[in-house]
Write a protein that binds this ligand. Structure first.
Ligand code: PPS
Length: 338
């Protein structure tokens, strides 16, 4: 009895020291591993950008996630082809640069299509630069945060169970692709004078036809008037929702079995945040907009901060031709630097 007690105590002590060491090891190693992985990703993207052999015909569709990327992909697809839905997934016609191409070493110059169209969420700083066209899609940050939460609930478990918890992380830049404010500011500032067309989700929603014409002009495409009804119908929320499987994120990342069944083409509304977010989170976010996004013109500022656009209007069916004035147009349309 006398001998057993210290052995037991020593054993327990050793056990807890071991588990503490393992925990510290784990925490430190995990953090180092994540940093190394991020550094590797950055260097790979940088090298890819340096090796990019740009062509004037290339079209980049760039956004912060959940800002209307897929909608723009569909518009460009409809403008540059006969619009038939004979692709398995929209990624087949405008691949995801940093997920599908860069990690596999697939070059933009190897894409068979003309023009070569790619989708990306890269920051202005990271995007491969060339003489091509860059369509930058933006959406008010409040709807972006809410839409991102529905995406995260499905594919990024652990990032915030409630909309407001997730929104807090998003507003602080603690989600994949980081700060929405930095992303938007970098692209709108366009300090290297790339050939950028800024398109807001809000203007697509208010007057799809005018926005489609603006995008076609920018891409040097003349629209056959007979094709316009087809383009508007196929780019409508209702049509795209009907073909949800051709747009969904499942191609990139299989949905975990327990994840909710939310459609990718989910709600398509301007101002849906009003039903979801705490008033306090909204006013803090709008104050951050006041501090960080005033440089880009009053119209753009109003759209980005959720104070413009046609609030609450569902995106489908497409508006009648010439019926509605576009809300929140960026004013500068196509521009090479602010
Ligand atoms: S992703 O995962 O970053 O590529 O997502 P992204 O395509 O940028 O954004 C998805 C949101 O865009 C909405 N969407 C549309 N809204 C209206 N009309 C059409 N045609 C359309 N196509 C896509 C989609 O519903 C997502 O927004 P929420 O608010 O979640 O509905």
């Amino acid at each position: 009895m006398y001998r057993k007690r210290p052995r037991k105590t020593l054993g327990a002590l050793a056990g807890s020291m071991m588990s503490l060491a393992v925990r510290i090891d784990h925490a430190v190693l995990m953090r180092c591993q994540m940093k190394l992985r991020d550094l590797h990703r950055r260097l790979t993207v940088l090298r890819y950008g340096l090796e990019y052999d740009g062509s004037e015909d290339d079209i980049f569709i760039v956004t912060y996630p959940k800002s209307g990327t897929t909608w723009l992909q569909m518009i460009v697809y409809q403008l540059t082809t006969d619009g038939e839905m004979n692709f398995a997934h929209i990624e087949d016609v405008s691949p995801f640069l940093e997920i599908a191409m860069i990690p596999r070493g697939q070059k933009i110059q190897d894409l068979p299509a003309t023009p070569r169209v790619v989708k990306s969420h890269l920051s202005y700083h990271e995007i491969p630069k060339g003489p091509g066209r860059y369509i930058y899609g933006v959406r008010n940050g409040l709807d972006v945060g809410v839409s991102y939460h529905y995406h995260a609930r499905k594919y990024l478990p652990g990032l915030g169970n409630s909309t407001n918890e997730f929104f807090g992380r998003f507003a602080a830049g603690g989600v994949p692709y980081g700060s929405w404010f930095d992303h938007v500011s970098g692209w709108l500032r366009n300090k290297d004078h790339l050939n950028v067309l800024v398109v807001t989700y809000e203007e697509l929603s208010a007057d799809l036809e005018s926005a489609v014409k603006r995008i076609a002009d920018f891409c040097g495409i003349t629209i056959d008037p007979a094709a316009m009804p087809r383009i508007l119908e196929r780019c409508s929320f209702a049509f795209m929702r009907e073909h949800d499987e051709k747009f969904s994120f499942e191609r990139m990342r299989p949905k975990p079995p327990a994840a909710p069944e939310t459609a990718f083409i989910r709600q398509g509304k301007v101002g849906g945040w009003r039903e979801e977010l705490d008033p306090r989170a909204v006013s803090e976010f709008q104050e951050a907009c006041d501090r960080q996004l005033r440089d880009f013109g009053e119209d753009m500022f109003r759209v980005l901060s959720g104070r413009g656009g046609r609030e609450g209007k569902p995106a489908s069916p497409p508006p009648p031709a010439g019926g509605l004035s576009p809300a929140g147009q960026p004013g500068g349309a196509s521009h090479r630097g602010a």
